[in-house]
Structure formats: C-alpha cells, structure tokens
Design a protein around this ligand. Structure first.
Ligand SMILES: [Zn+2]
Length: 328
C-alpha cells in the first residue's frame, strides 16, 4: 500500500472515530444499493453497492454495538428525550430495486430497519434514474467527439478510465442543468449509442407496489426530489416542484404523510445552501439528510443531518472496523 493511500485510510479512520464517538451517539449511514457487482453493473457503478454477504455482516456489527433507529427518532435524541444509547440509522438513496429485492429481506431477517429515499420521477417512466442511463450509456457509447455544450464533455476516451472520468463529469453537469436540457442531452447520448432511452433499465428501479411493501414492512419512506438535481444549482423557484411534488407522489402511493428528505448530491462534493434548507422546511419535511460525513453534534440541524457513506471495498472495511470497536 502506498503512502498516499495509507494516509487517506488514517484520515478516514480518524473521521469515523469522531463520528462514532459523537456526544449524541448517533451514526447515520448512507447506502445506495446492495447486490453482487455483476448484477448491479448494468445500472449503477458497483462501487456504490455492497454485496449481500457483506451487508449482512455490517448489520450484525451494528446490531452488536447500536440500536437501529429511524429518522423519526432523531428529534427525540436531539431534544435529549430518549435513553441516549448508541443509535445507528441506516439510509438508502435513489430508489434502486435491489433495495426492495435484496436489502430489505436481509434487514428483516436481522431485525433491522432502514429509511429509503426515493426519487419519484422514474416511477412514472419505467426507464430508471438518469444516473443509471448515464452509467449504461458511457459504458457502451462509441468514444470520440461528443456534441454537448461544456468544453470538458466534447471528447470521451474509449478506455475504461476515460469512460469513468467522462461519466463523472457528465453526472456533475447533468445535476446542474434543467430537467428539459438533461432530457435532450440523454436523447442525444442514447441516439449516439444507438439504443433506445432506458433500454435494459426497466427493472432497475422500485415500483409503487414495492414502495408500499417496504413501508408495510416497517421501513421509512422518504423523498429524494422528482428528478434528482443538485438543489444548490437549481433556481429556488424550481425547488418547490422538486420537493413538494416528490413528497406528494409518495404520499399518494402510501396514503401516509412523508416527513423525511435526502438531498441529492450527484457527482459528490456538494454543499447545502441556506436556500435549499429553507425550501425543504417550506415543503414541510421534518428531517433532511446530507452526504456530508461529520460527527453529529448536540446542536445538529434536523434539516442538515450528516451521513457517512458506505462504498464497496477498503473504505467500508475501515468504517466498520471503527464502528465495531465500541464507543471511544
Ligand atoms: Zn441520490
């Protein structure tokens, strides 16, 4: 192992130790998918997924050290109204079908619960999330010149690292444009790849029936916008539609109030601006989780809660090594 990666691991371990030892005793984990790499690679970067076997081990590590909580428990914890014992809150972003098919059965067998934040736009269209479309298209599209406006998107190298870095830049750009522009860009990329929009992605996303089944099984269902934009790059006048419409769509499916929200952070590295928090409050959400890994402090804002991401590979081994050690 090189010095650079040793140092990165050291820094991660320190950060996770601080999260683990936070005064509030709360760790919120952020997953996307549980599945074998070969099963998810048609619709998602397998790095964002963990294997079913490892997921079960992770749940057992958590069960030995924490009680499983829900977003609804966090207000009581912040108000000092519960027992204060270590609490782990599992969350899943986006709405991949493996959440229902693979993760939920393991959660139920292990006596755990999780919150699932669903992007509602793909529910009506049956062709997956645009991030899945990008993943699929950039894996098969012919390399070379590409006719998209940003300078850094005009050329894609054909090797796997060229495709991977192109996908990252494309995800960032697509999270910062209007839905209409994004749809045009995806139409263009699909035609360039020579495949119909969403081909092969119909089974990658949850259905309304599956959302109802997850809710009936005791899982929390939260919103994750309609079209998965970066709210900080979307004019505040469009926030209402992304927030209120996704909340309403899920409430119509469940016949129940939806109180919890996760900020999309496509491409990573985003901040949460006060305008976005104000929009989330105005839409009536009671908690909102971010993608920022930091310790949860007693003055934490219920509408800007930190989360620690879980990824396939060495990162999660470091993380669960720390979580397994008990309170520092
Ligand atoms: Zn997301």
């Amino acid at each position: 192992m090189g010095l650079r990666s040793l140092y990165a691991t050291y820094r991660r371990r320190r950060l996770y130790g601080r999260c683990r030892a936070s005064d509030l005793g709360v760790v919120i984990l952020r997953y996307h998918s549980v599945g074998q790499a070969r099963d998810v690679e048609g619709y998602l970067d397998p790095g964002l997924s963990v294997s079913p076997e490892r997921f079960r081990q992770q749940i057992r590590i958590l069960a030995a050290n924490f009680r499983f909580g829900k977003p609804d428990d966090l207000a009581a914890r912040l108000a000092g109204e519960d027992d204060g014992k270590p609490l782990a809150v599992l969350t899943f972003d986006d709405g991949y079908r493996d959440n229902h098919d693979v993760a939920m059965p393991i959660l139920l067998e292990e006596g755990a619960v999780a919150a699932f934040y669903i992007t509602t736009g793909p529910l009506a269209r049956g062709r997956g999330l645009w991030i899945s479309e990008i993943w699929r298209l950039t894996r098969t599209m012919p390399p070379g010149k590409i006719d998209l406006p940003p300078e850094d998107l005009r050329f894609m190298n054909g090797d796997s690292s060229g495709r991977y870095s192109y996908r990252r830049r494309l995800t960032r750009w697509m999270s910062r444009i209007t839905e209409e522009t994004r749809e045009h860009a995806l139409d263009y990329l699909a035609s360039r790849a020579g495949i119909p929009r969403g081909e092969g992605l119909g089974a990658s996303f949850v259905t309304p029936d599956q959302i109802r089944a997850m809710h009936s099984a005791g899982m929390t269902i939260g919103a994750h916008t309609v079209s998965h934009p970066h709210l900080d790059h979307l004019a505040p006048e469009h926030h209402g539609r992304e927030l209120a419409d996704s909340k309403q769509a899920l409430e119509d499916i469940l016949g129940n109030e939806v109180r919890h929200f996760a900020y999309p952070n496509p491409g990573g590295g985003g901040s949460i601006l006060p305008e976005a928090v104000a929009s989330v409050r105005a839409a009536g959400f009671q908690t909102a989780v971010t993608s920022t890994p930091s310790p949860m402090t007693p003055d934490a804002d219920l509408l800007r809660l930190p989360r620690v991401g879980v990824y396939r590979g060495p990162q999660e081994k470091t993380l669960f090594g720390v979580l397994a050690r008990g309170m520092a």
